[in-house]
Design a protein around this ligand. Structure first.
Ligand code: URA
Length: 233
């Protein structure tokens, strides 16, 4: 009985995530809507225990509509592989859902306009740990101005909306691409992830049990099937 309720809740959260995806896809809350090719909502396991939050889509992400598909994404996938995970085991998103022109830094008003999407994603996915990649995600989700050089590798419990999550800041993979010393630190921080989740032997993705048919509406089922076909989550 308990299992049935948990499974239905998980499926309902996923359907909500699909609704959010549809709403955010046409967002015009800030100036980036005028220059983006498409919104990059995020992708991966909608029921992930581990969520990664980067800064903003770059050129390739803006073209493909998926996060971390360029050089930094390749490094992120390699690091995930070293701890026995693929990007399908985790959820990957960004502070900003649209590419800033020329890959400039996010502006304060853009972060403000976009942040509710990220907070809602976290609320719906309910990860146990959120790994912030670099300064922008770390400062937003920790609510502190302390920079990544000071706080990388230091986990802390934070309350984000309804959820309490373990926040774990690490260097942004793009920063580590060209700086060997930073890459070493990033690898070292990354290797602590299974231990942080108390999961040193097995991949950290949680199994998605089949929903109880009577508790999922046909609209929810259709929306979930559509998202699956699109390959987002
Ligand atoms: N850098 C980010 O912060 N996010 C992406 O999606 C790609 C590169």
């Amino acid at each position: 009985m308990v299992t049935v309720v948990a499974a239905a809740t998980s499926e309902a959260r996923r359907a909500e995530l699909v609704s959010l995806f549809n709403a955010v896809s046409s967002c015009t809350s800030c100036r980036l809507a005028e220059t983006r090719t498409q919104v990059v909502f995020g992708s991966g396991n909608a029921d992930a225990e581990l969520m990664f939050v980067g800064e903003a889509p770059g050129f390739h992400e803006d073209q493909q509509g998926l996060p971390f598909v360029g050089a930094a994404g390749k490094l992120l996938e390699k690091l995930l592989g070293e701890i026995g995970l693929t990007r399908d085991d985790v959820f990957i998103g960004n502070v900003l859902k649209c590419r800033p022109p020329g890959n400039r830094d996010p502006l304060a008003d853009e972060i403000e306009a976009c942040q509710s999407h990220l907070f809602r994603q976290i609320e719906l996915i309910q990860p146990r740990a959120v790994v912030t990649l670099g300064n922008f995600a770390t400062k937003l989700l920790s609510g502190s101005t302390a920079g990544i050089t000071r706080v990388h590798g230091q986990q802390q419990k934070v309350r984000l909306g309804e959820s309490e999550v373990l926040l774990y800041p690490i260097y942004h993979p793009a920063a580590a691409l060209y700086t060997q010393a930073m890459l070493g630190v990033l690898e070292e921080d990354f290797r602590r992830l299974p231990e942080l989740l108390g999961n040193e032997q097995t991949p950290v993705a949680s199994a998605t049990a089949a929903p109880e048919p009577s508790e999922v509406t046909s609209t929810e089922t259709a929306a979930v099937e559509e998202a699956t076909q699109l390959g987002f989550f």
